[in-house]
Unconditional design. Sequence first.
Length: 303
Amino acid sequence: MKILIATDGSRHSEMVYSTLKALKLSSQTKFMIMTVIPEHTFLGGITLHMLSGDSSARNEARKVQDEKAAELIHQPAEIVRKTGASVETVVRRGNPAQQIIQQAQEFGADLISIGAKGITDSLRFPLGSVAQKVMKYSATSVLIAREQTSKVRQVLLATDGSKHSEAAAHFLLKLPLPLETHIVFVTSLQSHVATMIKMPTLDLDVNQRILAELRAAEEDAARSLMAKSIKQFRDKGYHTESMVLRGEPASEILTASKTLNPDLIVLGARGLSGIEDFLLGSVAQRVARFSRYSVLIVKTARR
């Protein structure tokens, strides 16, 4: 597995390292640690660097920036090297989100790991601008770190039977999590609500039996849907549990997470209703944006 770690030296960047360490990744994992020196390009390709002082002053300022950036990624790179894993470092200039996405593509990364917020992000916002753009526009799976984690004890895996949720389960199976990790499968049903909305003339008092049968059939289908993935995890020795919820999926996942307090929420980038031209569906966006826990969004290769 190839993992790109994007860092800016913020507190959330440190959370990335603790989360990856808690996942007990193989020493065969290849890491690339990168930082981006922000550089806005104005109309005509002009940058502030081009306008500030004479050429010698500009070159000196650039040299200082490069040295600070190299120092920023040196320590985490040494920590990774001590585990025996392969690690490369890179410093890029430009728009941070764009550079991270481009570097992930060039590196052939299977996963981008990034802190939920950077140094310049407001405390009022639950998700920083760079993390939000990387999450939304990257074709690579993204881990958004929010907490210092020493051990992964519980994982919430959201599923809906789509190829994207199957990819999320498969990705999680590839991670060498501790066998005592508790995997909680969660799916949310709302089709009975849609039926009532689409059939306003339905007499609920008269048709209670029909609605009850619909709910029961939905729950049976949901548990059957999760059964294959649950068996795969049990066969590997993991403890599993399943929950069938009712309501809007993102809201239900977020509510369930507050009760479960997982170390990680895992979900596919899109669900059954996701538009294929979009890299990220609304449920994944909302969960990643408002969750208080680290979130792993798994994306499938585009055809």
